[in-house]
Design a protein around this ligand. Structure first.
Ligand SMILES: Cc1cc2nc3c(=O)[nH]c(=O)nc-3n(C[C@H](O)[C@H](O)[C@H](O)COP(=O)(O)OP(=O)(O)OC[C@H]3O[C@@H](n4cnc5c(N)ncnc54)[C@H](O)[C@@H]3O)c2cc1C
Length: 376
């Protein structure tokens, strides 16, 4: 019997994860990935939840668990008039709270893994066009037809714009994120989030002597050299011993953007091309992983029962389940970010609200459950 054929375009974390998961199905899979020379090195570190980690490690193999750093808890701090105050600790009694990894390391590992899939072929070419009517993908001098196409080409992709249009539910944040890796001798083994006057700074340990930070600040900082300010803040917040080093600081635009239209017939956009959430809660890739896992469970049923996925209801089923959850998550994260934004008038109220919040075990349990397994 001829296998049904799907195409995944893009080899960021989304495209590679989609290939890793959907490549396990009884389908012929093509991954079309921009050649290395066209790629920007991804220096980001990502935190994923315990349940997502378990799904991922099942696919890549337990022996690679060493690329993940396990954090048992996260401590939250708020800056008031130059003073840093601890206000909450989130920890899972018996489980790890989050698993941290460097994007490039996981990408290389997934790439190695999917190279062993016999039903998967990788083309290192840039897709120039997709014919929506005929379900065909154009790259190099080829044009190939598929039963389903998953576009994972990121937030700036022209292909996404041309197929799915340019309408968004959007809230302009006017923020950017600075991120880099710090080597130090201060023994830091749990994640931390500092809500500073300039914006939230997440500390994500990669081992006891190395962490990545993500600091979201106003875009007015964009043309400044961030290094002196980052050094000052790291000394103030973490009391780092002076012999620490910071790698080159990278800068990412951040926004809350949710594309209104996520599909055209059998073509679906996944990952940052479909929505961008603020990095303050470290949830972007967590949501994407849940999207791909749900997609996998839907398509699996079709394939198992010998049903054609082309022109079937699988896209509708996916959208019905995942669109509301992702939108709710994005809005919730935006609310969180706005609440903590420095505002001279509301700072005293926040001080009162946050004073005893660590005692609210219901709120803490709810936050832990939602960030681990999602809303629904
Ligand atoms: C600063 C920062 C920190 C973050 N931290 C976290 C975190 O802690 N936890 C979390 O869950 N999420 C986090 N996120 C979100 C997470 O990093 C992204 O959701 C994730 O990287 C997914 O990106 P992507 O693969 O969709 O897009 P991209 O990384 O942009 O990948 C798109 C890929 O498609 C390729 N491509 C583009 N056009 C074509 C074409 N025409 N043909 C072929 N290939 C093409 C590109 O070369 C690229 O490789 C963070 C985001 C930021 C900005």
């Amino acid at each position: 019997m001829i296998k049904q054929k799907i195409c995944i375009i893009g080899n960021g974390l989304t495209g590679l994860t989609a290939a890793l998961i959907l490549g396990k199905l009884n389908l012929e899979v093509h991954l079309i990935a921009a050649p290395d020379r066209e790629k920007r090195k991804d220096i980001r570190t990502t935190a994923i939840s315990d349940s997502n980690y378990k799904s991922l490690i099942d696919l890549i193999g337990k022996k690679y668990s060493k690329i993940f750093f396990q954090s048992k808890e996260i401590d939250l701090y708020k800056e008031y008039s130059g003073e840093i105050k601890h206000f909450m600790n989130l920890s899972n009694k018996n489980e790890n709270l989050m698993f941290l990894f460097q994007n490039e390391i996981l990408k290389k590992l997934i790439q190695r893994k999917i190279n062993t899939y016999k039903n998967l072929k990788i083309y290192y070419k840039k897709v120039s066009k997709i014919d929506v009517e005929k379900n065909k993908v154009f790259f190099a001098n080829k044009k190939i037809g598929y039963d389903a196409i998953f576009v994972c080409t990121g937030s700036k992709s022209e292909i996404v714009k041309s197929i799915f249009g340019d309408r968004f539910i959007e809230s302009k944040t006017n923020e950017i994120a600075f991120t880099s890796i710090v080597n130090h001798n201060s023994n830091i083994d749990n994640a931390k989030q500092f809500f500073l006057k300039e914006g939230p700074m997440a500390i994500l340990p990669l081992n006891k002597n190395k962490f990545s930070f993500v600091w979201s600040v106003s875009s007015k900082f964009k043309n400044q050299n961030p290094t002196p300010l980052v050094i000052k803040k790291l000394k103030e917040t973490l009391k780092l011993k002076s012999d620490f080093t910071i790698s080159k600081i990278d800068c990412f635009p951040i926004s809350f953007k949710f594309r209104s239209n996520l599909n055209k017939k059998n073509i679906l956009v996944l990952g940052e091309g479909s929505y961008n959430v603020h990095p303050v809660a470290g949830q972007g890739f967590n949501l994407i992983l849940r999207d791909v896992l749900y997609l996998n469970s839907t398509i699996k049923e079709y394939v198992k029962n010998g049903i054609q996925i082309k022109d079937s209801l699988f896209v509708d089923e996916y959208l019905k389940q995942r669109k509301p959850e992702n939108l709710l998550f994005g809005l919730g994260i935006n609310f969180l970010n706005n609440f903590f934004k420095f505002n001279k008038i509301t700072e005293p109220i926040k001080k009162v609200i946050l004073k005893d919040i660590n005692k609210l075990s219901i709120l803490k349990d709810f936050s832990l459950r939602v960030s681990n397994k999602g809303i629904f």
